[in-house]
Ligand binder design. Structure first.
Ligand code: CO
Length: 134
């Protein structure tokens, strides 16, 4: 079911500082920031050629990223996003296998303008997995 890695997301307390760090230390090209109200985050992307790194900053304290940063104040790896051919078939298979979908089972539009869903990290090796319609 899982396909190519669409992106690996890293939660950061300050998007500007994190972007500077990736630019200076890793010579990364950083996209323009994108504010995603529905997901409670502002994001930038770093194209790695075969995939992307997404840096996520919470919009406010109600953001799902805020709780993660409370536990990991310096930031850290937050989720891995896989491309899938059929997000509904993937969702139904995950649910049938006992995995919980975070929030609504209806996909939301993600940062790339495509439907996405998140799977509860406790249901897959302690790692938050996002699936995105290819
Ligand atoms: Co993501």
């Amino acid at each position: 079911m899982v396909g190519t890695i669409n992106h690996i997301a890293i939660a950061v307390p300050c998007l500007r500082a994190a972007s500077d760090e990736w630019r200076q230390k890793l010579d990364a090209e950083i996209s323009a920031p994108q504010r995603l109200e529905e997901h409670g985050v502002t994001v930038v992307f770093i194209d790695t050629g075969n995939s992307k790194i997404e840096l996520l900053e919470p919009i406010d304290d109600a953001s799902p990223i805020a709780a993660f940063l409370a536990k990991n104040p310096q930031g850290g790896m937050h989720h891995i996003c896989f491309d899938v051919d059929d997000i509904y078939a993937s969702r139904d298979r995950l649910v049938a296998e006992g995995a919980r979908i975070l929030g609504s089972p209806e996909p939301k539009i993600g940062a790339h303008g495509k439907p996405v869903l998140f799977i509860h990290p406790k249901d897959i090796t302690g790692t938050l997995i996002e699936i995105q319609q290819r």
